[in-house]
Design a protein around this ligand. Structure first.
Ligand code: UDP
Ligand code: MG
Length: 315
């Protein structure tokens, strides 16, 4: 029987943590009773620099159950980095791990199916939502646009898969070799290869509390997803610049011909429009290139991604 670690990042989740631990513990105990997983399997909560009572609740739950471990990070480093902190700290102490959001929006009843697929030889099992009715219209349409855009930009992602997935220990170890600061797990993991499988579920409403993904954080994640995986935007800019150059050349030839045939044009506004338009294109393009330069700047610093300041672990 293989040892499972469930990894749950938590940022200001005091409103739902008690319920979450209870539900997850029940699931874990049931799986252990039915001999699906090793009795030493556990849940690891990662406190991502919460400012509410999240950590106190986790300490209490750790005292109460031998299947609950918790680590606390020195600062709020964001969902992706918090998840990585959790995955890296379980990778030497499990056969496989499942990552899950604290709000239980992802249907935990498919976890057993994930485990079956792992036992059947899959190294990565993606949880894929086949129905997003419970998300707001805005979230659904922005997510859809995001996946469309990502694939147009050449980034391999699994549509409607967030960070609910199973990974074997060897995948976790390989993942820990990826040293980038701008972490976008949903892009990295599908590019790693291995034998993969999927389970389908419908996404539920948050059990309580508010979404910790503000619009700003969502845009940042999407931007990271693009700029850390593809240079296609820069390729597009180069192509655009080339096309505009050809257009300008054609316009020049046209003016030259008009001059000799005596058809000079008054066209003041057309001149202004093209100046403004080209100015805009240039600024936009420089901006995109700047995004990549900025990324390179932060990668070059090699700053640590997180710092674990407390580690509650049962022996
Ligand atoms: N989260 C985190 N750090 C952050 C933001 C979020 O660890 O800076 C955690 C959060 O506690 C939750 C998960 O990431 O377990 C997903 O966040 P949320 O449910 O708010 O996102 P949504 O489902 O609205 O996309
Ligand atoms: Mg959520």
């Amino acid at each position: 029987m293989y040892k499972l670690a469930i990894v749950v990042p938590c940022y200001n989740e005091e409103a739902i943590l008690k319920q979450t631990t209870e539900v997850l513990l029940n699931l874990l105990e049931e799986l252990i009773d039915r001999a699906k997983i090793n009795p030493d399997s556990y849940i690891l909560f990662v406190n991502d620099g919460s400012r509410d009572d999240t950590w106190d609740i986790l300490c209490r739950e750790h005292d109460l159950s031998k299947n609950i471990n918790a680590i606390s990070l020195a600062a709020n480093v964001g969902h992706q980095n918090a998840l990585l902190a959790g995955l890296e700290s379980v990778m030497d102490d499990c056969d496989f791990a499942i990552s899950l959001d604290a709000d239980l929006q992802d249907d935990i009843s498919v976890i057993e199916e994930m485990i079956d697929k792992y036992n059947a030889g899959a190294d990565i099992v993606y949880g894929v939502r086949n129905d997003r009715q419970t998300d707001s219209f805005f979230k659904r349409s922005s997510a859809k646009l995001f996946y469309k855009f990502m694939s147009a930009m050449g980034v391999k992602t699994i549509e409607n898969h967030a960070d609910f997935r199973l990974m074997s220990a060897r995948v976790l170890k390989q993942l820990s070799q990826y040293n980038e600061r701008n972490l976008f797990l949903r892009g990295i993991i599908p590019s790693m290869g291995y034998k993969t499988d999927r389970v389908y579920y419908s996404r539920k409403k948050r059990t309580g509390g508010k979404s910790k993904y503000s619009l700003g954080k969502m845009i940042k994640l999407a931007g990271n997803g693009i700029t850390s995986f593809t240079i296609r935007p820069i390729t597009l800019i180069t192509a655009l610049g080339f096309i505009i150059m050809l257009l300008a050349l054609a316009a020049f030839l046209y003016t030259l011909i008009s001059y000799f045939t005596g058809n000079t044009e008054p066209g003041w506004s057309s001149l202004m429009i093209s100046i403004w338009f080209l100015g805009g294109v240039q600024l936009f393009s420089i901006g995109i290139v700047g995004q990549y330069v900025g990324k390179a700047y932060f990668e070059a610093k090699q700053r640590p991604r997180y710092d674990i300041i407390e580690n509650l672990k049962h022996k």
